[in-house]
Design a protein around this ligand. Structure first.
Ligand code: SAH
Length: 344
């Protein structure tokens, strides 16, 4: 069956023409799809065309399983996919508008020691339609155009490279949802080879790197991917990405008590960033670790403050991420891991 939501407008036109229908129908159908409509709900489409569509194609949308609303307004959705896999999205409200955090895979193969999403490994990669559908659902829920998208939910986006690139083209399409690439962030645990590929795509998104440690021994213990692409390889890829795209990279650093949060760790972080990325404006997002029952606990306020100060004193901008949705397990993977219906 043809996956309508994974198609660009050009591909949809070709498909509609192949059904012996006029090309302009593709535009009408595309508009309905971007509003989250099913084939039956497409009002200005003739019955015969609807029958043809239903016989040959699917609208592969996510289905809401659970909606949790935090006291701060953050909403978290647990969705099921066509094959029963479960994923999550989080809708956050900021002053500038709504941002949705979407999943790119069901489960994750990366094995980070502190992360709930990787428990049970990778079930499968998401289709472009399944990523787009999370955005459409969130936009309908928000009731207004989203101001941003972050690819920071379950999964490693660069491990699902082709589908993620296709999704980015779809979501940025001016005739479709038209979300500006500058308002889209992609977060990776550090697949250096794919960072080089991404630099060639000419997509002015913001790249975030989950660094979380500044020496290879600590990072390899937290993030197995570091054994394949160590800090030098990763930060060299970041430097080359910046030189090619001129797009600033932001670094994520989760502060886990007693694991990576000493002043010495902070000084080492300053040193490696300046060594490998000397020409890049440096920005580090500090995130106190969410306890996910894996033996990690958040650093205390004093350690977070000391860490941020060491970076700022060294002229590296450090911000401490505002914690949204703490009362609804809003960090990625927690809801899926706790759901009795998830399959791997
Ligand atoms: N795989 C991608 C994107 C998904 S995770 C990546 O690794 O970047 C989004 C962010 O949440 C990453 O920075 C990840 O390291 C972080 N994260 C995962 N579990 C966490 C936890 N328990 N506490 C704080 N941050 C966590």
């Amino acid at each position: 069956m043809t996956d309508l939501l994974s198609m660009s407008i050009d591909e949809l036109e070709t498909f509609i023409v192949s059904l012996d229908e006029p090309k302009y129908r593709a535009n009408q159908i595309y508009r309905h799809l971007m509003l989250g409509k099913t084939v039956d709900e497409m009002q200005n489409i003739p019955k015969l065309l609807k029958e043809k569509l239903k016989a040959t194609a699917v609208v592969n949308t996510v289905k809401l399983g659970k909606r949790l609303v935090s006291s701060d307004g953050t909403k978290k959705f647990l969705f099921s996919l066509y094959d029963g896999q479960m994923i999550e999205s989080v809708l956050m409200k900021y002053e500038r508008g709504y941002t949705v955090c979407i999943s790119t895979e069901a489960g994750c193969a990366m094995g980070c020691a502190f992360c709930a999403s990787t428990l049970g490994g990778l079930a499968r990669r998401l289709l472009p339609s399944e990523m787009l559908s999370q955005v459409i659902f969130a936009q309908n829920e928000a009731g207004e155009k989203l101001s941003g998208i972050v690819l920071m939910g379950i999964g490693e986006p660069l491990d699902n490279y082709n589908n993620v690139i296709k999704f980015l083209h779809l979501v940025g399409d001016e005739q479709g949802l038209n979300i500006g690439y500058r308002h889209i962030s992609l977060s990776t645990c550090g697949l250096a080879d794919k960072i080089y590929a991404l630099a060639e795509e000419d997509l002015p998104i913001t790249l975030s790197i989950s660094l979380h440690a500044a020496d290879d021994e600590t990072r390899s213990a937290l993030m197995p991917i570091n054994k394949r692409y160590n800090i030098e390889t990763l930060l060299t890829a970041c430097r080359d990405y910046f030189n090619k795209t001129k797009r600033r990279i932001s670094f994520e650093y989760t502060l886990a008590s007693g694991k990576n949060d000493t002043e010495q760790n902070a000084r080492k972080l300053c040193a490696v960033l300046k060594k490998y990325c000397p020409d890049m404006p440096l920005h580090v997002n500090l995130i106190p670790t969410n306890a996910t029952g894996r033996g990690f606990s958040p650093s205390d306020k004093a350690s977070v403050y000391r860490f941020a100060k060491t970076l700022n004193d060294s002229h590296i901008t450090a911000t401490v991420r505002r914690h949204l949705g703490g009362d609804i397990d809003a960090s990625c993977g927690q809801l899926r891991a706790g759901s009795s219906t998830h399959k791997n």
